[in-house]
Design a protein around this ligand. Structure first.
Ligand code: ARG
Length: 458
């Protein structure tokens, strides 16, 4: 098969080289964007009188026909035609004859592929932002119905102070909100048109880059043609935002795994999000959060892969840059699937409020509150801390919790203890009293829910 660039060559390409250098195996994912970009380009060529109106119409109709044939699998991609761009151009020439060869006037595959990538990532970033919002909605709904549910709050994975379960869940709402902001911000850099940069230096034809950019929905054009074809930092930025978000999702997943364990039994994941064991009949495994935790690794890997590909490249285009694609597609697809599973998994999980409550009552996470109690009676916090430490030790040695001690026992440690200590120590009170702004007290959690609501577009 003759190459679109065959003129200068005297020998056919080595077969293995042909297979290994071709990108059609993966860049066919850019088919729609490539056709869209070509239609915008040739529309501009027509407007500028670079091709005739008739030629422009022939090419546009041809491109639409080619798209239809590709979708209906009436044509087959070939490795000999290297990539999606040349495959489509070949199909076009087959479809409408030599006039199809005019499409590539004033354009190079270098600005073409960059345009396709920008278009693809723009569409998918927008989709991902919507999917993040769906997860936020699921988190919000669970939080809203669990304001009064108490759960041990941990530091060092040791019980620290009880919190409202809504407060714990909303932490993820805010993390996801910042993730969403990062994606929105990265969109500003993705929303720039490289088209018309040519191979690297611009073109001799009187093209109009601005109208093409507008036609394609871009905010602006790259100011420098070499930058336009060399830049992949819009992908890196997306991948960085993706990595940070997956880190958040991984932490949430880890908690879901822990909470659904026999040891904790704080939640039960819906059967439809778990799988069984081929040998142990009793098993119900939290595969989905485990996999989400693991998928984080490939998203980080894709970011580091591309950073490494780009780091030593001289300007402008280098074939190395073809390696930007698989990682980007993989990150996009991983994120979309992860978010799509996460939202319904959170929405459908059962919160075992009784087990959480029992955990909260059977620990020493109210110890800070007795320390604060003595402080309100005039004792210095450091001294109070020391006294309470001794009380905790005494309780542990006697196999009791703080609420099980008698007032006499308390008075043995400090004369300022009174009967009201038993109210202060109740987990509900412990949580309710943390009424500082952003704290876990239910009043504050309700304020937080209101704030969160304003962050959801629907
Ligand atoms: N398949 C190539 C890529 O993805 C398209 C650009 C090719 N340009 C070139 N000068 N060989 O990067």
């Amino acid at each position: 098969m003759s190459k679109l660039w065959g003129g200068r060559f005297t020998k056919p390409t080595n077969k293995l080289v042909e297979e290994e250098t071709a990108s059609i195996g993966f860049d066919q994912k850019l088919m729609e964007q490539d056709i869209k970009g070509s239609i915008a380009h040739v529309t501009m060529l027509g407007k500028q009188g670079i091709v005739s109106e008739e030629e422009k119409d022939q090419i546009i109709n041809g491109l639409k026909k080619v798209e239809e044939k590709i979708v209906n699998k009436e044509v087959e991609y070939s490795v000999a035609n290297e990539d999606i761009h040349m495959n489509i151009e070949k199909f076009l020439i087959e479809e409408i004859g030599p006039v199809g060869g005019k499409l590539h006037t004033g354009r190079s595959r270098n600005d073409q592929v960059a345009t396709d990538m920008h278009l693809y990532l723009k569409e998918h970033t927008e989709m991902i932002i919507e999917l993040v919002e769906k997860v936020q909605e699921a988190v919000y709904a669970q939080a809203e119905s669990n304001v009064e549910t108490l759960i041990p709050g941990y530091t060092h994975l040791q019980r620290a102070q009880p919190v409202s379960f809504a407060h714990h869940l909303l932490t993820y709402f805010w993390m996801l909100d910042r993730d969403k902001e990062r994606f929105k911000d990265s969109l500003k850099r993705t929303n720039i048109s490289p088209l018309g940069a040519g191979a690297l230096a611009g073109t001799t034809f009187p093209i109009d880059r601005h109208t093409v950019a507008e036609e394609l929905g871009f905010d602006k054009v790259y100011e420098n043609s070499m930058d336009a074809v060399s830049d992949r930092d819009f992908i890196l930025e997306f991948m960085s935002a993706a990595s940070i978000m997956m880190m958040h999702i991984s932490r949430l997943s880890e908690e879901l795994v822990i909470w659904s364990s026999q040891e904790f039994q704080f939640i039960e994941l819906d059967d439809s999000f778990c799988t069984g064991s081929s040998i142990m009949p009793q098993k119900k495994n939290p595969d989905v959060p485990e996999l989400l935790r693991a998928k984080t690794g490939r998203v980080y890997g894709n970011l580091f892969g591309l950073l490494t590909v780009l780091k030593g490249l001289p300007l402008a285009y280098n074939k190395d840059m073809q390696e930007d694609k698989e990682g980007m597609f993989d990150t996009v697809e991983t994120l979309e699937a992860s978010l799509q599973m996460l939202a319904p998994m959170i929405a459908s999980m059962e919160v075992k409020t009784d087990n959480m409550k029992q955990a909260v009552s059977q620990d020493f996470s109210n110890a800070t509150d007795i320390a604060d109690y003595l402080v309100t009676k005039g004792v210095a916090f450091r001294e109070s801390h020391e006294v309470i430490g001794k009380i905790v030790l005494h309780a542990i040695n006697n196999n009791k919790f703080l609420l099980d001690l008698t007032l006499e026992e308390y008075k043995d440690f400090h004369p300022l203890f009174e009967e009201d200590i038993f109210t202060v120590l109740k987990p509900e009170e412990v949580v309710r009293n943390r009424n500082s702004y952003g704290g876990t007290g239910q009043k504050q959690v309700i304020v937080q829910l209101e704030q969160a609501k304003t962050k959801m577009s629907r």
